[in-house]
Design a binder for this molecule. Structure first.
Ligand code: NAP
Length: 501
């Protein structure tokens, strides 16, 4: 049944969802399945897809297997590869929008520039900008679900002299497809999950490629291949095969969590990665540069079978000397060498723990998110924040994974939010807020668990940690643990206030 959003000018939606990536869409589908149609989705871009719309760099794919990297309630039997590529993921997301009839709820070209809780009306007041919004437009929602994605704001390092560079520069998440790399001298800064995917693709086309590595990543082989016709027929026709396959991948991925706290298991996995490096890189000098000096898992472990071979091409150089300066046409390294380049591509990741530093989010009684998070970003189960009633973060603090599919976490969070909304409805209160004591207890546990774990004790820095070295991004336990904690909301952890209007 087609139901248009209920709120007219000045009225409040029951729920406002920000973002139309995997998390925002899962929230919308969850609402519809539970009979709530009074919601709107605000999307700054002109297309759905989140991460899989924004990242279009050559070779962009997911390093979690296709059969697991999809909604549990919307299996897809005809994935073309074992690991899904960006275009296929985007097509899957669009299929979900169509199947669940979500387009009517989405406003494109509508960026939320601020969110304030209005104590007088008990609504979230969102300021909008963009081609899809009227000048100064405000949208109100009784609840707000924020699905903006934790890896959303590209981070470009402030390298000395960068502004003087006269060639082309762009970030991996803002790939400039109008710039033809063919025959160009190209620099890539960064060697994270994104860079190791696009380096092999562009290495074939460019005249020369200099990869500037600060810290070598741990890399496991990627068993990617085409999914055969027989497999697809089995997935489609034989009941239980696809579900069994998916569950098998889930359990395999889940077993990696044991490594985060068990040095013996980390060592065994490290041996496999070291074997992969030895097998693919015979040159001892290059191998030395590529050997990590910290415990595996401390940074996100990467998977690739074509990155090391790309580095061995005659037109590719890996430099580990730090960058001291950028000039009009070159990058200068600590050893005094000047690398002449036409373009610089930043594979330098995203703002994560500092992403909300400039966000305008104001909770009850004028509480700014920056004040609530003065000592670091934190939430209860990554979803609710004390002082910010009826606000639900999707993939908020400490709900990121280094070892399994984020879609599992998204689905658990959506179920949790739906329970909160149900409790609010049943109580006829205006506000549901997590109690500060529950949030504190949870975060003390997170930090206790993190203290001995590989992200904190593994001898590296990563986007999981804030500037004080505190884990603010990674979920420090198994996803089964997360599922158990979110499966049934504990009413005692929440406070209900006010009168529903
Ligand atoms: P990233 O993992 O944060 O890697 C950033 C890279 O840039 C690192 O090698 C980092 O070096 C380097 N870097 C940062 N600042 C630098 C500077 N000032 N000078 C020199 N090097 C610098 O970023 P990403 O590769 O975009 O990936 C981000 C996350 O996105 C991943 O961890 C993953 O969660 C997700 N992702 C997932 C997939 C997937 O397949 N599922 C694919 C791509 C991305 P240091 O290590 O020394 O800091």
């Amino acid at each position: 049944m087609a139901v248009t959003p209920a709120a007219g000018p000045g009225e409040a939606y029951k729920v406002v969802i920000v973002g139309t990536g995997f998390s925002g869409l899962a929230m919308a589908i969850g609402l519809k399945k539970t009979g709530t149609h009074d919601f709107v989705m605000l999307e700054k871009a002109d297309e759905v897809g989140g991460t899989w719309r924004e990242n279009t760099y050559p070779g962009c794919a997911c390093d979690i297997m296709s059969l697991l990297y999809s909604y549990s309630f919307e299996p897809k039997a005809d994935w073309s590869r074992m690991f899904p590529r960006q275009d296929e993921l985007l097509a899957y997301i669009k299929h979900c929008v169509e199947k669940y009839d979500l387009a009517q709820h989405i406003r494109f070209g509508t960026e939320v520039t601020g969110a304030e809780y209005d104590d007088d009306t008990d609504t979230w007041r969102l300021s909008l900008e963009g081609p899809g919004a009227e000048a100064g437009e405000i949208v109100r929602g009784r609840a707000l679900a924020a699905g903006m994605g934790p890896l959303h704001q590209p981070s470009v390092p402030d390298l000395p002299g960068l502004a003087s560079f006269e060639g082309t520069t762009f970030h991996s998440a803002e790939w400039d497809h109008s710039y033809d790399l063919t025959g160009k001298r190209v620099a890539v800064i960064g060697t994270g999950a994104s860079a190791i995917q696009f380096v092999p693709q562009i290495a074939k086309r460019v005249r020369s490629l200099t990869v500037f590595q600060r810290t070598p990543p741990w890399i496991m082989p990627k068993p990617d291949r085409r999914v055969t016709g027989v497999e697809r027929a089995l997935f489609r026709r034989v009941p239980g095969v696809q579900r069994g396959y998916r569950n098998g991948i889930y359990l395999l991925q889940e077993s990696f969590v044991l490594g985060f706290t068990n040095p013996k298991l980390i060592k065994a996995a490290g041996n496999l990665a070291a074997w992969h490096l030895r097998r693919q890189v015979p040159d001892p000098e290059l191998r030395r540069k590529l050997t990590p000096g910290y415990t595996m898992g401390c940074k996100r472990t990467l998977v690739s079978s074509d990155y090391y071979p790309a580095l061995m091409r005659p037109n590719v150089e890996l430099t580990t000397e730090g960058i001291t300066e950028i000039r009009e046409h070159s990058i200068v390294t600590r050893d005094g060498r000047e690398h002449e380049v036409d373009a610089i591509i930043f594979g330098t990741g995203f703002h994560v723990t500092d992403a909300m530093e400039n966000a305008h989010i104001v909770g009850r009684n004028g509480l700014k998110i920056q004040d609530a998070w003065r000592d670091g970003i934190e939430a209860h189960l990554g979803v609710t924040v004390a002082g910010f009633p009826n606000l639900f973060l999707l993939l908020g603090p400490n709900s990121g994974l280094g070892h399994n599919s984020m879609i599992f976490i998204i689905e658990a969070q959506v179920r949790y939010v739906l329970q909160c909304l149900r409790m609010l409805d049943a109580s006829r209160a205006a506000r549901i807020s997590v109690r500060p004591s529950a949030q504190d207890r949870f975060n003390e546990w997170v930090q206790r668990k993190s203290a001995g774990a590989v992200w904190v004790a593994g001898g590296c820095s990563s986007w999981y940690l804030d500037k004080n070295g505190v884990n603010r991004a990674a979920w420090p336990a198994s996803t089964i643990d997360y599922w158990l904690r979110t499966r049934k909301l504990s009413p005692a952890e929440f406070q209900l206030d006010g009168q529903a209007r």
